[in-house]
Design a protein around this ligand. Sequence first.
Ligand SMILES: C[S@@+](CC[C@H](N)C(=O)[O-])C[C@H]1O[C@@H](n2cnc3c(N)ncnc32)[C@H](O)[C@@H]1O
Length: 447
Amino acid sequence: MPDSSRILKKLIEEFESGRKPISVNFRELVSWLPYNSPRYSHYVHTYPAKVIPHIPHFFLGCEDFFKAGSRILDPFSGSGTVALEACLAGHHAIVSDSNPLALLVTRVKTTPLSQAHLTNSISKLQQLVKQTRGAVPPEVVNIEYWYHAHTIKQLSRVAKAISKLESSPFKRLSQVALSTTARKISLVDPRISVPVRLNPDRYSEGHALKIKTALHLKNLESTDAIALYFRILKEVADQVASLWPLRKSLGKLENVYTNSLTSGSRSLSLHAASSVDGIVTSPPYLGAQKYIRSCSLSLGWLSITKPEKLRSIEDLSIGREHFAKKSYSEEPKKCLPAADALIKKVYHRNPLRAKIAASYLSEMKDVFKTCHKVLKKGAPMVLVSGCNMLNGEMFDTTAYLQQICIEIGFKPVVEMTDIIKSRGLMTLRNKTASVIPLESVTLFNKL
Ligand SMILES: C[S@@+](CC[C@H](N)C(=O)[O-])C[C@H]1O[C@@H](n2cnc3c(N)ncnc32)[C@H](O)[C@@H]1O
């Protein structure tokens, strides 16, 4: 893997002379990494608002900043893009995410398995599915609304067969494939990440998507869910098997935490102080991502979460939009001088939006305090962030997060910006919480 230290040093010098964000294209900075072509196990599962592998790849390959065999933390792992790039660079990964599906995908993505083991395990699972009849469907939210009856029967057989497997990396891989299948074969519009039912009438007469959607709906009536499942399972298996030849140089996924806030017995805040060598992360956006809702069908099919528990997981999700009415009956407490005036203004027009923004900033502050505690002195932290609109006003998330970090004891070393080409789950909602298509990447050092 090429050492990108020289490029980064030049960018730092340029930043120091102008103190303005430098416009870069990360895909070009790491031109040796092809864009949109499969790279090991990065695409085992889709996930909302993934970061492009090029950003962590660039930084983690800077040997002057990230020494070989470092411990790299991503407090917002999502699908594990940073964790996999860390392992590929020979570092070890520590992750946290409040979405159990994110942690499952991260584990699968970073665990190499041999082709022989996978082929053998897949054929055993095929036998098991054949022998499994009359399976009761797991508790999936509004299952009959999202699936045809024959699909429910077939997916339930797969789910039951998987549940009989002993806990193992292969079982997790088979769950990831079930999650993808359950999404693909549902009546959910694949173009929207939160579940919305496919409906050709959404499009005007003659619109290409009208015909495409109608055709897709027709196909779903006769799709064999079990055959589709095993096709997807083989694809996922092939990706994971591509890591096997690298297993000796590949870093390990060392610690997995279930959230970055201070609550819970598996919270990142319990990690040992000054034990992490570097952080690379892309935090959730304010109000734009509904991670739990977008994964609700998968969480049900995998029997990870019962429908009535989805809300309690969502309550841990930073950037969430659901709050009890009484929690915003009063103006939010001041949390950041640069944002307080805007939040106050928005409060008078839309108290819920003000509550969402204030909670976001104060929870992000808590997470950065934990990041500061666990990071070694002088160690780097890379923050990928973007800005939002809040009730028609610019909410400068990047500047706010930078100020929080500076307040806590991080020093900005360089800031870069890149145009977001594609980020899932950017729901535009009547100017209340849209996302601006510019990604900022800031490198800090812990003072
Ligand atoms: C922008 S996504 C990260 C995407 C990731 N970089 C990738 O490439 O897939 C942000 C993640 O933060 C997670 N998150 C939100 N609140 C959290 C919390 N309190 N603790 C840990 N993770 C949280 C969400 O579940 C989501 O997976």
